[in-house]
Ligand binder design. Sequence first.
Ligand SMILES: *Cc1c(COP(=O)(O)O)cnc(C)c1O
Length: 398
Amino acid sequence: MRMPKAAMHRPVDPSSLTAPVRPVPLDETDHLAGGRLTIDLAALAANWRSLAARSGPSECAGIVKGDGYGIGLEAATGTLADAGCRTFFAATIAEGLRAKAVVPEAAVYVLNGFPPGAAALVADAGLRPVLGSLEEVEDWAALGRSRGRPLPAALHVDTGMNRLGLARDVATSVAADPELRRHLGLTLLMSHLACADTPDHPLNARQFEAFQAARALFPGVPASLANSAATLALPATHFDLVRPGIAVYGGQAVSKRDNPMRPVAVLEGRIIKIREAGAGESVGYGAAETLSRPSRLAVVGIGYADGFPRAAGSSDATGGAAGWLAGHRVPLVGRVSMDLLVYDVTDVPPGAARRGDWIELFGDHVPVDDVAARAGTIGYEVLTHLGSRFSRDYVGQA
Ligand SMILES: *Cc1c(COP(=O)(O)O)cnc(C)c1O
């Protein structure tokens, strides 16, 4: 259809661009979206404290990359700081700046370092890059030289991940270069484990040995190797500072073990309608699942556009994720749509599954890792993909 010219060129009233948005009364915000995300900051703080207690006397850092594992970087940073955390790791400079704005006095490391030409920006913001390549080491030393003082940074040595970090021969040559060393204010020597979620994986021992060799190259520099899984299951890797991420956010860190952490993020979807469907009928796109009995179905207003993984859907061939309603586990039926999910609530008493009720998609009863496993992924990905359409309620603030 051709638009009439007048409509295409209708001038914009400039005052309409700045007109205040009508504030939404608090008790109405629940009505605006199909889901709600509740983030329990008391659980976040408790998880961090329990990891700090397990790893003591090593320092326990806070990892706030991935927008604080999806729950919000500022809320995560502030809560962990209140719990006693003094050292933070963000992924990008932008995230580092956000963390620094919340905790100006804390040490904030940037895991992904900095691109060419950005060293001064990082230093001026008071951020500490994690130097992961010879180029970054040389840029940071050059800045330290030009400013007449070594600037704080972590040095990442690769011990088997082949991702970031200096290869062993490069680390050896940096260690042997007194001119370079003089202009580097190394506050941390770190590496990262590839298989800590599987504590008896042979690569853990090899990485541990390689890290010990790297420590011998940089005597006196505080050392850090452990992520969540290693903090929980490999105490020999604690060194001076541990870096647990996912466990603080309540996720499963060590495979095939009970998860000792408290859930932090609870995602609920509202039931839009309850409907009946007969045995032999199919549900949703692709007619992927056929009902084996007369069923009561709850249609919920969340979908993959909200970050709920499409791969967690159910079909005749494979079961999908389950939710939780009124004490009952309720399985997904059929595919995950953009904005809708369908759960089988046949076994829930009718009075407990009504239009307007909330189904827990993951949280206190359904581990986020179970939903992730059904989708062939990990809790980290489900959390960091959470969308922005539903309300986020932060509870349990200190
Ligand atoms: C993400 C990350 C961590 C935290 O890992 P978890 O598995 O979430 O505990 C620690 N160190 C580095 C270098 C990381 O990139």
